[in-house]
Design a protein around this ligand. Structure first.
Ligand SMILES: Cc1ncc(COP(=O)(O)O)c(C=O)c1O
Length: 454
């Protein structure tokens, strides 16, 4: 296990003395001012704005070590008794009737799609701005992910474009609450209700985010979460399915446990494996770590949000740097990543890759990935054509239908976003306000020296 650079006490002290107290007190950056901003860029040999590390992730405390040690010594390393207790706790924390923990968010998504009866010839409406696992889970059930373009301000699926993509084959909407934000669940649920579609939320990036005071993952029929290492609530690898229908969650349980019967709805006279299943179980060791990490996620989420507000105020005056927005009904943002657009036309046409190299050289961790690899939105990723051309899909779908799918697979706003988006890791928001100031100072410095980069 990796130790964090700051102890828990240090980072909470720093944050409460800085981020929370000073919230809103950062004055707008003065782009013409002297100081750091006028100095030589670090990428060109100058002194970096920042030479000390930011908060690193994951954060490990003695309580985590104790929890894992106890699980280790219990001898129950696979799914044991402890797991059901953690499921109950997580369901309560999220405001859901039931929770099933899984080995990953991808497994949660696959199980939720499978149990919802989605399969060959069906279509699922989803977004091109997501992580690949969303799409994999749909294709693995031999259904087609139908991409609906994004809202350019929130980066979420555009709910006003859903209806134009609905066909007689549409079975579900799979909104992804991206970058810690929340998709417009009022409109999504209204469309789903009107067309009798299931709603499966991919909330893998947004644990504890809220829409009108309700947590993501509890806003549709089923909600899927991820506890992979980078996530705000983590146990290394893990996932969860949330739902209020006991029968459906029992079926998810059976599916994730080799199809073995679970609960009162499953037939008991059809052998030990009445339904098809696989093995998607979480281990006791992972659940114990999750339980321990859960003690801190509330407080961490508050700190992330306070620092995000402070950072936004600081970035406001820099031309061409546009943070992702949230809808008015988003009562809480989780800030898994702090995502922004980089508009190169404001930076003398310096390409995003060069801008990010300069920012990294100033000591600021940043990336342009965020699920959009190699600058391609997911609807243009190689796996799409590979899957459509597979023997399996060629047997299921007529060439006419596949051709139509290809022609309609256009999301110009998602494509534009994939060219412009960049972000800071969420853990950067766990630091002190000085950390946010450094981020703003570094971008300001690059802005002022943009002519030297182009
Ligand atoms: C939007 C989204 N969906 C699904 C997943 C898959 O979760 P996991 O890595 O736990 O399988 C991720 C993980 O990054 C994600 O960001």
């Amino acid at each position: 296990m990796r130790e964090s650079n700051l102890t828990r006490r240090q980072f909470i002290n720093a944050a409460s003395a800085g981020a929370v107290a000073a919230l809103g007190s950062r004055s707008a950056p003065v782009l013409g001012s002297a100081g750091q901003s006028t100095q030589k860029l670090a990428v060109l040999g100058g002194r970096p704005v920042r030479s000390t590390p930011f908060v690193s992730w994951p954060i490990v405390e003695a309580a985590d070590e104790q929890a894992v040690l106890e699980a280790l010594r219990s001898g129950l390393w696979s799914r044991g008794k402890l797991v059901a207790g953690v499921e109950k706790r997580f369901a309560e924390m999220m405001g859901s009737a039931y929770c099933l923990l899984t080995g990953s968010g991808t497994q949660a998504l696959h199980a939720a799609i499978h149990v919802s009866g989605i399969g060959a010839t069906d279509e699922v409406l989803t977004t091109p701005y997501t992580f690949v696992a969303t799409i994999d889970a749909i294709f693995l059930e031999e259904a087609l992910p139908v991409f609906v373009d994004i809202d350019p301000e929130t980066f979420q699926i555009d709910p006003d474009k859903l209806e134009e993509k609905i066909t007689e084959n549409t079975r579900a909407i799979l909104p992804v609450h991206i970058n810690g934000g929340v998709a417009d669940m009022d409109k999504i649920n209204a469309v789903a209700q009107k067309h009798r579609l299931k709603v499966i939320e991919d909330a893998c990036q947004s644990v504890l985010a809220e829409w009108r005071g309700k947590k993501v993952g509890t806003l549709g029929d089923l909600g899927c979460l991820s506890f992979q290492t980078s996530k705000n609530l983590t146990c290394g690898e893990g996932g969860a399915i949330l739902g209020d229908d006991e029968q459906v969650i029992d079926r998810c349980f059976s599916f994730h446990n080799f199809g073995r019967p679970k609960g009162k709805y499953m037939p008991r006279d059809k052998g030990g494996h009445p339904i098809l299943g696989t093995k998607y179980r979480i281990s006791t060791l992972h659940a114990a770590l999750l339980d321990s990490q859960m003690d801190r996620v509330e407080e961490q989420t508050r700190i992330r949000a306070a620092n995000a507000d402070y950072l936004r105020a600081g970035l406001k005056e820099i031309p061409g740097i546009i943070p992702r927005k949230d809808y008015r009904q988003t009562t809480r943002t989780a800030y898994y990543k702090y995502a922004l657009r980089y508009k190169k036309e404001f930076f003398n046409d310096v390409p995003r890759s060069k801008f990010l190299s300069a920012l990294k050289a100033e000591g600021i961790p940043c990336s342009w990935g965020l699920g959009v690899l190699e600058g391609l939105p997911l609807n243009k990723e190689g796996l799409i054509e590979e899957t459509l051309n597979s023997q399996n899909f060629q047997k299921i779908y007529s060439s006419r239908r596949l051709q139509q799918y290809r022609e309609q697979n256009q999301c110009p706003l998602g494509e534009e976003l994939s060219q412009e988006v960049f972000g800071f890791p969420g853990e950067l928001l766990l630091g002190a306000t000085k950390d946010m100031d450094d981020v703003v100072d570094a971008i300001q410095k690059i802005y002022r020296n943009r002519d030297k980069l182009s």
